[in-house]
Design a protein around this ligand. Structure first.
Ligand code: HEM
Ligand code: HEM
Length: 184
């Protein structure tokens, strides 16, 4: 478990949990974004549309909680050195993508939360309503939802880049990069 060439075990577990919940957040968010409320009602009916919104908000709030703990484990545990060291270009590119993912995955749920609350909608986590934290303001809500949507595409782009890099190391280079983050 304490392999010096790998990220700490709790950090690896968090990586894969966030990846799984992020895919659910993006899939449910993009469905809502593409269909809109009316479109979702027409296609799925009231009950499923409600469930989709509640599920999306629940996944998003879960990401916020997981990423907060993950930021702590990232700062608390030692990050292993690459052995052999990565070429400078790959080091700069991968660490930029990693840092941007941290920023985006902390900002995205906060934006969703604020957009929802300022629109006068409930901030749901499972069957609980969380405090909105800001007052109703329709114009602000529209702007925040716009940025929520834009950041969603940026996250998708970063994830594609990141997964392409991981697959390149795993399947083409056959170096130890994948093992640093894998659970087994
Ligand atoms: C990392 C977490 C999250 C991700 C990746 C994510 C992703 C997305 C995406 C891609 C969309 C579609 C946007 C569009 O095309 O206009 C969306 C919509 C939405 N998100 Fe999130 N979201 C997250 C967290 C949250 C949170 C925490 C909330 C509220 C508590 C939330 C509430 C909403 C709502 C209500 C919509 C529908 C907006 C509309 O109908 O235009 N999201 N989300
Ligand atoms: C889908 C959402 C994903 C997100 C948001 C994500 C995010 C991250 C971040 C931020 C890091 C930097 C380590 C840290 O400090 O936490 C990382 C490392 C890593 N990820 Fe992901 N990841 C995702 C999916 C994947 C997938 C699907 C794979 C494999 C195919 C993968 C393989 C790796 C590997 C091998 C590392 C270690 C890289 C290194 O040590 O330089 N990730 N990931």
């Amino acid at each position: 478990m304490d392999d010096p060439e790998r990220y700490a075990y709790p950090h690896r577990v968090l990586h894969w949990l966030v990846a799984a919940v992020l895919l659910l957040s993006l899939a449910s968010g993009l469905t809502l974004g593409f269909l809109g409320f009316e479109g979702a009602m027409e296609r799925f009916g009231g009950l499923l549309t409600d469930l989709l919104y509640t599920a999306h908000k629940t996944f998003g709030v879960t990401i916020l909680a997981l990423m907060t703990v993950r930021l702590a484990t990232r700062l608390l545990f030692v990050v292993p050195d690459h052995e052999p060291p990565l070429p400078a270009f790959q080091r700069v590119l991968s660490s930029s993508v990693h840092h941007l993912l941290y920023l985006a995955l902390l900002a995205m749920p906060v934006l969703g939360w604020m957009a929802t609350a300022s629109g006068g909608f409930p901030v749901q986590f499972l069957h609980w309503n969380l405090p909105g934290l800001i007052g109703e303001d329709e114009a602000l809500s529209e702007r925040l939802f716009l940025w929520h949507g834009r950041l969603g595409w940026a996250i998708l782009g970063l994830v594609v880049l990141h997964v392409a890099g991981a697959l390149y190391h795993w399947l083409i280079r056959h170096d130890g990069v994948m093992k640093r983050m894998s659970l087994f």
